[in-house]
Design a protein around this ligand. Sequence first.
Ligand SMILES: C[S@@+](CC[C@H](N)C(=O)[O-])C[C@H]1O[C@@H](n2cnc3c(N)ncnc32)[C@H](O)[C@@H]1O
Ligand code: SF4
Length: 309
Amino acid sequence: MSAYRGLPLTNFFKKEFPLTGSEKHLTHVFDSFRYRTLQVEITTACNLDCTICLRRKLERPNRSLSLSDFKRILDPGLFRYVGLHGWGEPLLNRHIFEMIEHARSKGVITNLTTNGTLLADRIDEILDSGPDEIAFGIYDPDLLSNVLPDIEDFVGERNKRSLKFPKVYFDITLYQENRDRVPDLIRLASDMGIEAVIIHRLFNLYGVDSEVECLSAEDEKDLFKEIKKVARFLKIKLYLPEKHSYPCLIIKRSIFVTVDGKVTPCTYLPEEHLGDALQESVKGILKSRRYGDFVRKMKRHPVCGKCRW
Ligand SMILES: C[S@@+](CC[C@H](N)C(=O)[O-])C[C@H]1O[C@@H](n2cnc3c(N)ncnc32)[C@H](O)[C@@H]1O
Ligand code: SF4
């Protein structure tokens, strides 16, 4: 998922979160945090059933977030960047354009990641609502061919209107079977006038798809070396996964809110509930002992301890 780059906000946390005496145990947590991105799951409904997708395991009813709940969750004093997607297809939420407009009116940068299948009829609405970024999720390059003409039309219409935004990205989930096709996807993105390619690793700790495997560290290194050259030659931006650390970059930069308003540390921990964003502020939850304890202990967490995303 692409919403983790966020914006650098040096010392933002220190200013925004002056710790009281009883909260000093959190100092080390917030000292190292310079970013805050909200990733909000605006729907659990989807029109595809991708084999790698965690949505398959979650078995939740299809639900969409209401506009009023979205407004309640988004705290513009805290968040500078919002990713409007979780385990579902965001364009299935009929309020998505109002959500983008609302976030923009509050000065919050907006990103949406979509499978692109519903793009054709929504090009005008997307451009009119004015997201800053749109990323097309790709895990099977063959499936991409179905939506390529629509992505081309989208980029064409944006350019015809002389709009600088949204920036358009390919968001590629990398694993062994699609590895050899990544260099060509970067060439394709460049040919289509797409601004950047984001590569993220497959997350398969829950065994969502037993048929697919992540790349070995060595193979990944070779591929990254090759595609960096391709991207440099074509002058297209390439975002590669960063080195894993504790707390990981996702924790340092972002927080996830599910369609039910549950606050969790990461999209890959959708059931690790740390609070309810419809009952209390996300800011308050981030200052809670529960959140601080999660961060301190995450190295020993059964999922985080094994994660290399
Ligand atoms: C969960 S989808 C939601 C947005 C939209 N439905 C889509 O497919 O782009 C967002 C991104 O996550 C990727 N993704 C899905 N399952 C994943 C997994 N197990 N590990 C890593 N990325 C995954 C998708 O390929 C897509 O790039
Ligand atoms: S990856 Fe996206 S399109 Fe595919 S099933 Fe998951 S939410 Fe739907």
